[in-house]
Design a protein around this ligand. Sequence first.
Ligand code: NAD
Length: 267
Amino acid sequence: MTLPSPYSAASLNMADKVCIVTGAASGIGRAIARQLAANGATVVIADVTTEVIEGGMPTAALIARDGGHAHFAATDVADTAQVDALVAHAVERFGRLDVLVNNACVRHARPLLELEDAHWQRLLDVNLTGVFRCCRAAVRQMIQQAPEGDVRGRIVNLSSQHGMIAAPGDLGYGTTKAAIDYMTRQIATDYAPHGIVCNAVAPGKIQTGAGGRAVDPAVLERADRRTPWPRLGHPDDIARAVLFLCSDLSTFTTGTTLMVDGGWMAA
Ligand SMILES: NC(=O)c1ccc[n+]([C@@H]2O[C@H](COP(=O)([O-])OP(=O)(O)OC[C@H]3O[C@@H](n4cnc5c(N)ncnc54)[C@H](O)[C@@H]3O)[C@@H](O)[C@H]2O)c1
């Protein structure tokens, strides 16, 4: 593989890049899809629903309204056949797959003694095995593609500060996030010779439209106290970091987890 000239026009421009973002109907995934599309990418929104938790028009329609290219593909990442079909259809329709962003997640915050098998299993199936399924289907495709520069494909997995530090009373979610950090390093290592880049982004507390525990005053108070930066995060804080890792500006960075947490883990 030939390295690009260090003085070639590396940029955040995603024109001609085909990107899948899972869980992009709402929240952070929606912001990632919008940010990629705003920079020229064709984005496949892979979600179980088009309903937007925070309200507003479905992500694909919103991107189209803003002049971008997006396509909704109903996909449950807990189902291997649906994930394989997602990648196959994206490639059939758009010719290749440049980027996979694994963002979809479910939550069920319980401590050990209150976590039942079915909920534990669901957390693993969506948050962890879902990432495994999507990575496997994507890498299977990416390694067959002609490289652009020295890269055949890029993966960004959404981790969390709670893969590194406990979230009080919430065993399952953080367990899946810790495993995602490991999976990121492993895939990066095994497929670097094939030109596959694999990184993770670990958000701190990001304010989305989600209710429940996400807006529990005790949870917000703790997040405020733990976050040195004088505000909590916005979905676009994460989307900008993901855009960087998906773009040609990011070179030689693989197998890492980038904290985007307002300093939570630094303090
Ligand atoms: N919001 C935060 O503070 C925060 C902090 C750390 C990490 N994260 C991570 O960022 C990512 C996005 O978080 P968010 O807060 O925007 O979540 P969210 O709950 O707002 O959105 C999750 C999306 O995933 C979709 N989804 C759920 N199950 C699915 C399935 N089986 N198949 C396909 N799609 C499915 C939902 O429909 C939804 O659109 C997650 O991976 C989460 O762990 C979020």
